[in-house]
Design a protein around this ligand. Sequence first.
Ligand SMILES: *Cc1c(COP(=O)(O)O)cnc(C)c1O
Length: 378
Amino acid sequence: MNGTPAMRSILDLAVSGVQALQPYAPGKPLGELEREFGITQAVKLASNENPLGPSPRVRQALRGALDELGRYPDGNGFALKTALAAHVQVDAACITLGNGSSDVLELVARAFLSAQSSAVFSAHAFAMYPLITQAIGARSLVTPAHRGERGPRYGHDLAAMLEAIEVNTRLVIVANPNNPTGTWAPAGELRAFVERIPGDVIVVIDEAYFEYVEASDYPDTVAWIDAFPNLLVTRTFSKAYGLAGLRVGYGVSQPALAEVLNRVRQPFNVNSLAQAAAVAALQDTAHLSASVALNRRGLQQYEAGFKSLGLDFIPSAGNFISVDTGRDAGQVYTALLREGVIVRPVANYAMPGFLRISVGLPEENRRCLEALARVLGT
Ligand SMILES: *Cc1c(COP(=O)(O)O)cnc(C)c1O
């Protein structure tokens, strides 16, 4: 130990990208609110979860999978990849499974970014993008969002994203729809964007809310992978399929890109319960349709509610909606907690006046809107 410099803190020992990291702030869990405020019967509308939960078929599949818990999961996810390949109509070699789609995003960053490269994404885009970029020590090139002239307010400005690409840029991420804004890019515009991305840049289209989108000009990007070796589409079972607690998502790309991601993947990154549940969830198309229909009505409920409160909101294609409280939303958030309603403040997304509210059951949405009216004194 001779000659060692003065004691450094453990944080000082971390690589510089990690030193600058702000950990991801998840939505407040119900149990925490109940512990802190002594409130029971609270509603959580803070993490874009499906209020119906998973299909009943999932429970059945999980019971069957329990018998095999002593064994490692199938590291290649054969059954789930086969089911997904049929579902999205690609070869199974095009699928990458992840411990949530966040895991797939992280695999991309680890495989393609370095301290010498950069990643491009939009302002107000999903918080995981700067996180995974910075953890590697790569630079984040964040482009301003639309202000409502050439595209939806707060939506990704794809032209600005193209312009931001530098020679050392290796990754571009588009959230479509984006969280927390709910904004999305139509097929024609997104296809033209992907066509202009240089071949040495990986372009990720994050479709965590794919199943909820009902617009006719929403793109079928999986059909584009044949044309673009650098394209990866990510989706998840956490949102519309109601499996957030199990952690399972996937990527779709050409096999060569999937093969690179497979090199950095933990061998058993998707557990056996998650794999069994995802296969079962895919089979229950009626549950998915019911979830999507419930969400559509919930969005209408919020839009009508916000209008009657005189509040501005961003029209959303996801299972959440961001509303402009017209004041410091952090205070509104805290006041709502006392009313037993957990929503999500989005100041960390450079939207300090907004709250993001996940669509719940009609009764939960009603409680949220009533609490909001009380808190805002309208
Ligand atoms: C929720 C979300 C994800 C991923 O969630 P996982 O649970 O890790 O699959 C990815 N992207 C966006 C934009 C999201 O909102």
